[in-house]
Design a binder for this molecule. Structure first.
Ligand SMILES: Cc1ncc(COP(=O)(O)O)c(C=O)c1O
Length: 415
């Protein structure tokens, strides 16, 4: 008689796991009502920007992340655009990005008239491969966007060393990495500028939102101007110095983002403790293993929790069949952002919109860009869980392990 749910047996998990995300309570309700009754629904209504909810959020987040300056913006995509403009990107500049990320890492580059050069990832940690970065450098290369993919850090020592050697900027896409630290320093403080998303699924959210961070006062002032229609702080309101958009975060978002930032340290501890427990069980099941954590990662703002499926230790089962069986058991496993971005129609069909690249400069033929490591990981290995699955209690971890163990023990049913 079949035991596996995919073959008609009982499933292992038939209740929701983790928590309903985002978590909220009285602090968020009170903050929203405070905005409502204040009649100040944007931060410009405050004499002192630091007294606004957006200002309080910027201070709280930059303090937790260990970065000197922060400018809250509308979303993560525009945080990257703002960072690239702030750093002085020029039309036709090449910017090196990893294949395994959300497409906005690279489309933000196109949106500022530069050219993303997409490179492969490291097989072990799924982060941008520094060797591939170095191999992709040309006379047109202006910068690198390492993504702290899934909330694990990219190899910032090597990325920064490469950038220094070749005179390149580093804009960190830290959209997954709220809280993550590399050798005690927060992501977003390691390169020239950092960019975070506060979109609803992220480990810190206010529905939609973003934040740009930097250690450099001048860059912070420029980012402020780029997010505020070219205004300069301390100058008259109707004096505009550069052509720039309005990327301002509202007080509604600021109020929620501030209260959520206060929750972040405890949530990170809870996720990390659950992940450690889960991994102890995972290591005992043949054919699955946790993604290793770099020793340099001193705090883990997990976004996607990744583990690896090893077909050869799972009686040759395919990843797809494993995921189907797991979904039937009640634990749908995802692939995070492992789909190589250059395979999107926008790259393959060169639907770049109205770009203005200098004469004679063109984007690569993305259909020919090969990223074999990213391809293999997507097809054969990568399994992800959302971060809020790790916010529940130990019984959730036990149920997930039971489901994986059951599929492993009954793998013959799937052959
Ligand atoms: C790595 C990465 N970069 C950039 C973004 C864009 O952020 P947003 O959705 O806030 O524009 C995202 C969002 O998913 C992301 O995951």
């Amino acid at each position: 008689m079949a035991k596996l749910a995919i073959n008609g047996g009982p499933n292992t998990i038939n209740r929701p796991l983790g928590v309903a995300w985002p978590e909220f309570g009285a602090p968020e309700e009170e903050a929203l009502l405070d905005v409502l009754h204040s009649h100040i629904w944007w931060r410009g209504g405050y004499q002192e920007a630091k007294d606004s909810w957006v200002g309080k959020f910027e201070n709280a987040f930059s303090e937790y992340q260990g970065v000197k300056y922060a400018v809250a913006v509308t979303n993560g995509t525009q945080a990257i655009e703002c960072a690239l403009k702030t750093i002085g990107i020029k039309p036709g500049d090449e910017v090196i990005c990893p294949a395994s990320t959300f497409v906005a890492t690279a489309t933000a580059v196109i949106l500022v008239n530069a050219i993303p050069v997409i490179v492969d990832i490291e097989p072990e940690y799924y982060q941008i491969d520094p060797d591939a970065v170095e191999a992709a450098i040309t006379p047109r290369t202006a910068g690198i966007i390492p993504v702290h993919y899934a909330g694990y850090p990219a190899d910032m020592d090597r990325i920064n060393a490469i950038a220094k050697k070749h005179g390149l900027f580093v804009v960190e896409d830290a959209c997954h990495a709220h809280g993550t630290q590399w050798k005690g320093q927060g992501c977003g403080s390691l390169g020239d500028i950092g960019c975070f998303s506060l979109q609803m699924g992220k480990g810190l959210t206010c529905g939609e939102g973003g934040i740009v961070t930097t250690q450099d006062e001048q860059l912070a002032q420029k980012a402020y101007s780029f997010h505020h229609i070219g205004r300069l702080s301390g100058r008259p309101f109707y004096e505009h110095h550069i052509v720039a958009s309005n990327l301002r975060m509202t007080e509604w978002q600021g109020a929620i983002a501030y209260q959520q930032t206060k929750r972040l340290p405890e949530q990170i501890q809870r996720r990390t403790a659950n992940a450690m427990y889960f991994e102890t069980g995972l290591r005992e099941i043949p054919g699955v293993e946790p993604m290793p954590r770099r020793p340099e990662m001193t705090r883990w703002g997990c976004y996607f929790y990744h583990f690896k499926f090893k077909s050869d230790e799972f009686e040759g089962l395919s990843l797809q069949r494993f995921k189907e069986a797991m979904a039937a058991e009640g634990l749908p496993l995802r692939s995070g952002h492992l789909h190589p971005i250059q395979k999107n129609p926008l790259f393959v069909n060169r639907n770049f919109g109205p770009v203005c690249w200098p004469a004679g400069v063109d984007a690569p033929d993305y259909a020919q860009v090969e990223t074999p490591v990213a391809d293999r990981i997507l097809a054969e290995e990568g399994c992800s869980l959302s971060h809020h699955t790790l916010l529940g209690d130990r019984s959730d971890m036990d149920l997930m392990l039971d489901a994986i163990r059951k599929v492993r023990e009954n793998v013959a049913e799937l052959m």
